[in-house]
Design a protein around this ligand. Sequence first.
Ligand SMILES: Nc1ncnc2c1ncn2[C@@H]1O[C@H](COP(=O)(O)OP(=O)(O)OP(=O)(O)O)[C@@H](O)[C@H]1O
Ligand SMILES: [Mg+2]
Length: 181
Amino acid sequence: MEDLSLHMLDIAENSIDAGASRVEIKIIISGADDRLMLKISDNGKGMDEDMIRMVKDPFFTTKTVRQKKFGLGIPLLAQAAEECNGRFSIESEVGKGTVITAEFQYSHIDIKPLGDIGSTMTVLIGGHPEIDFLLSCEKNGFSYKLDTEELKKELDDVPINLPDVLKLIREDINSALKGET
Ligand SMILES: Nc1ncnc2c1ncn2[C@@H]1O[C@H](COP(=O)(O)OP(=O)(O)OP(=O)(O)O)[C@@H](O)[C@H]1O
Ligand SMILES: [Mg+2]
């Protein structure tokens, strides 16, 4: 995968497939610790211990619709983090939800660029307007937050997946993150 936003999309899609109604995405960059952390939490169906062990194996997937033999979203992100002197973890509880954390050494030569976070978020929001997404980004004191639950209230009767609304969301995210990440 070219950039971290595509990993983020894949992991958030897992949350949606798991029936989550709320997906939280956190990107935290700490220059002092030389770390970039990507954390995705959901309130979906969760996984038990055996399942967690299996999903780290690239030959495991519960998807059958496309007759897929490989589930690659999780192993690829785990590999990307480990290649950058980082860590990867899955915390999950059946019936409660899942937290996926990937950490990278921020100055590592092989770290992937963040990519187009605005477009990734609008793909998620546009495709799943009923799900609440919370994006928060922090870098050395700078912070940005977008909570679609709040945004939907402000929008009132205007659908969040209207193309003009999605365009504004994308631009808001990308202008906030410009030069900051
Ligand atoms: N947030 C989650 N909640 C519950 N189960 C999950 C979650 N994320 C992953 N899983 C389970 O782990 C499996 C493996 O996920 P992974 O992203 O690695 O592959 P995939 O989604 O099956 O296929 P791919 O991502 O390659 O399209 C999924 O099929 C699903 O059963
Ligand atoms: Mg997946």
